[in-house]
Write a new protein. Sequence first.
Length: 256
Amino acid sequence: MVGVLTTVTTSTGAGDAVGAGTAPSATDARWAWTGIGLALAVAAVAIWTGRIVSTQFAGSYATMPPHRRTFAVAVRMVDVSVQVGTVVVERGSAAKAVVTTSGTRTVRAPTDHESLVGRTLRIRSACGANTANADYCRRSYVVRVPGDASVVAAVGTGSLQISGIAGRVQASVATGTVAMSKTTGPVQATVDTGSIVASGARGALSLHTANGSVAVNGATTRVSLSSDTGNLTAVDLTGATASATTAGGSVTLAFR
C-alpha cells in the first residue's frame, strides 16, 4: 500500500492563513521505507544471533564429573597453575599426594594436566584465550600433600586456599581471593584485585594486594602488609613485628 503524507502549517502573525503543505516526493518516501526495512532487518539478525548463541551454550554446558588420582610419593613441592577455578592445598598423608578435581565446561573444556617430576607435583589447567562464556569454563582442585611440602600456586580468576602447610608458600591470584590458615613456613602472597586472609600463621607473612584488603588474625613472627588501594588489618599478634603500608585505605594493628 502506498501512503500519502500531508502536513499542515499554522502561523500566528497578522493576516495568518491556514493552508495545506506539499506531499513528500516519491524519493523521500522510498528513503523512509528503506530505513524502516533496514531497522527491521537489524532487529531480526540480532534476535536470530541471540537464539543461536543461547542454543549453542545450552547444548555445550556441562558439569564435569570429579576424579581422584593418587601419587604414592612423599611430594616435596606442589606447583599448580589454574586459569579459572578454585585450588585448595592442604595437609594430608606424609607418604603420598592425592589430587581430586572437577569442573564445568561450555564450548571449550578446561584442560587437566597432572604430572610428577621427581618429587614435584605439577598441575596445570587452562581454558584458552578468548574463551566464550569463560565464567563457566572452570576447574577446581583439592590437593592433599605432606605437610612439609612447599607450595607454588597461581590462579587467574577464582580462589586459592592453603591450610596446614609447613613449607614455603608462594601464592598469587589475578582476580579473586587467597585464604591461608595454620601455615608454619614463610608465606608470600599477592592479589591484583581481591583480598587476602591469613589466620594462625607461625611463619613470616609478606602479603600484598594492588586493589583489595588484607586481613591477618593471629601471627607469631614477622608480618609485612601492603596495598595500593585497600584496608590492612592485623590482630592477635604475639611476639611479631608488623609493618603495613597502603596508599589508599586504613591500617589496624593489634598486639596481644
